[in-house]
Design a protein around this ligand. Structure first.
Ligand code: GLN
Length: 508
């Protein structure tokens, strides 16, 4: 068994920062010990690209700032990036053969912001190809193993991010969520993750999947650590056409999420022994459908009881179009991805086939050989629903339903409750190599895709274990637009009185 990396001695990013600032530990020591641990856990296949020279250079920079006494908030904190975020120096593959050798000439905005905040990147994390999948088994470079049980998958698509944090290899990681890819792997690996409101975190330099659904966000152990990582990346970015300058009249900039979080926590503290008194938790009937595994439902129910013991009130609500969310998502998502993926043609960059007679053949062979089967499936679905004759029947109809789904949430969150809670997924992590049919897999996204269709912030926090194998279960929290600070505070109130987020898998 290898030594655990140094940062695992600290329970939170805040604690680690104290040790760094007081020079009890150096960023270079932290980075080196994490690099060693990453190598020792190569069996997890969580990382697609590690470059010790680049990481240690960043750590040296952090140490210099720390020694000068004016280090930014995350100086020296070991993190990693999902391989959909482009990075200067490190390869960015999107877990696809199409981009196997691609090195970006620039950093994604989120990568640059976290670097600016002093965080040290330890490499690029495995995921489903172009973020398409729910188990990380769609990576062209092999699946990731779940550290809680290496015979199971870590959930996807950000499986590498969640597995690396769960295994203690990183303090936090970036991830993206188009239809659940932050929340699902966080849930299945027993860590916390947040998908912020659409438009609040820059998508610039994030390889596009479904542009109107994609949101970047962090995965970490606790709500407190998520706050540390989310606050500096929540900012208007002129380079992203859908980035928001204002959120309900407040500038979209670092400090906004922290301010809301602090205010909510102060209010909770003032309420004494029932910190969440007055909080109305909407629990949708549709989230406890017959499809949910009974022990997952029981674990979620226990978490809701815990919330009630903190003073919150459970309100039964209905999100009547829940069953339509998967078909709507799998029309709009593939429509957008098929358009986004048209840039991979073997001409400009990426994979090019070795054998062809003319341009058309070069393009079609490059795409057939460079993309995996799930990506090809989505290109076919996407071009079909956008084609003349089917556009009205599928794409337009899906857009109309998308609006109605968003309206259901808006109604519930303005008239009936302050936050919505339920499961992230109907089951715990599945065995590697036992993925069902494409439609079975798509159906398992039923509890996560609506937040993306509506653009709402949503998160997952660990709330217990289920199944004979004791695999982690995630509680989903969905808030109103721009309420990520309040959501994190509500999650923090739960983590104050429970220790699920501190449980760690034994090294297997
Ligand atoms: N499982 C969903 C899909 O395959 C979600 C993916 C994601 O959020 N990136 O589309």
């Amino acid at each position: 068994m290898s030594d655990a990396p140094l940062h695992t001695q600290f329970n939170s990013i805040a604690q680690l920062r104290e040790a760094l600032v007081s020079r009890q530990v150096s960023a270079q020591e932290l980075a080196q010990s994490a690099l060693d641990a990453i190598q020792a856990r190569a069996d997890l296949n969580a990382f697609l690209h590690v470059d010790a020279t680049l990481s240690l250079e960043q750590a040296r920079d952090a140490d210099r700032l720390l020694a000068d006494g004016n280090a930014p908030a995350l100086a020296g904190v070991p993190i990693g990036h999902k391989d959909l975020f482009v990075t200067q120096g490190w390869r960015t593959t999107a877990a696809s053969k199409m981009l196997a050798d691609y090195v970006s000439p620039f950093d994604a905005t989120v990568v640059a912001q976290l670097r600016q905040a002093g965080a040290v990147s330890l490499g690029k994390l495995n995921c489903d190809e172009f973020g398409m999948g729910s188990s990380n088994e769609k990576s062209a470079f092999g699946p990731v193993k779940n550290p809680w049980n290496t015979a199971t998958n870590p959930g996807g698509s950000s499986g590498g991010s969640a597995a690396a944090v769960a295994a203690g290899l990183l303090m936090g990681a970036t991830a993206t969520d188009t239809g659940g890819s932050i929340r699902r792997p966080a849930a299945m690996c027993g860590v916390s993750g947040i998908k912020p409101t659409y438009g609040t975190v820059s998508r610039y330099g994030v390889i596009a999947n479904g542009s109107s659904l994609d949101q970047a966000g962090p995965i970490a152990r606790s709500a407190l650590d998520l706050l540390e990582l989310l606050d500096p990346i929540t900012a208007f970015d002129a380079a992203d056409a859908t980035s928001l300058e204002h959120c309900n009249g407040t500038p979209n900039q670092p400090g906004r999420v922290r301010h809301d979080f602090d205010r909510a926590v102060q209010a909770h503290q003032a309420a004494g022994s029932t910190p969440l008194k007055g909080l109305r938790i909407g629990v949708p009937d549709e989230f406890f459908s017959a499809d949910i595994q009974p022990d997952v439902a029981a674990t979620i129910d226990a978490a809701l009881k815990q919330y009630e013991s903190l003073g919150a009130e459970r309100v039964r609500i209905s999100l009547p179009r829940t069953s339509m969310s998967v078909p709507v998502y799998y029309v709009i998502g593939p429509a957008e991805s098929s358009s986004n993926l048209s840039r991979f043609d073997g001409v400009r960059y990426g994979y090019r086939t070795a054998q062809y007679n003319d341009l058309d053949e070069m393009i079609s062979r490059s795409r057939a050989e460079g993309f995996g089967s799930e990506v090809i499936r989505r290109i076919m679905v996407g071009t079909y629903v956008l084609s003349h004759g089917y556009y009205d029947a599928y794409y337009l109809q899906a857009q109309r339903l998308r609006r109605l789904i968003a309206d259901d949430f808006r109604r519930a969150l303005t008239e009936q409750c302050d936050v919505i809670m339920g499961p992230v997924a109907p089951t715990v992590a599945g065995d590697l190599g036992t993925e069902g049919s494409p439609t079975e897999e798509w159906t398992a996204d039923i509890f996560t895709v609506s937040a993306n269709l509506a653009g709402l912030p949503a998160m997952s926090i660990p709330c217990g274990f289920a199944s004979k194998r004791n695999l982690p279960v995630g509680l989903q929290l969905i808030g109103n637009y721009f309420c990520e600070g309040q959501l994190l505070a509500i999650a923090h109130a739960y983590q104050n009185v429970t220790d699920w987020h501190q449980r760690k898998p034994e090294q297997q």
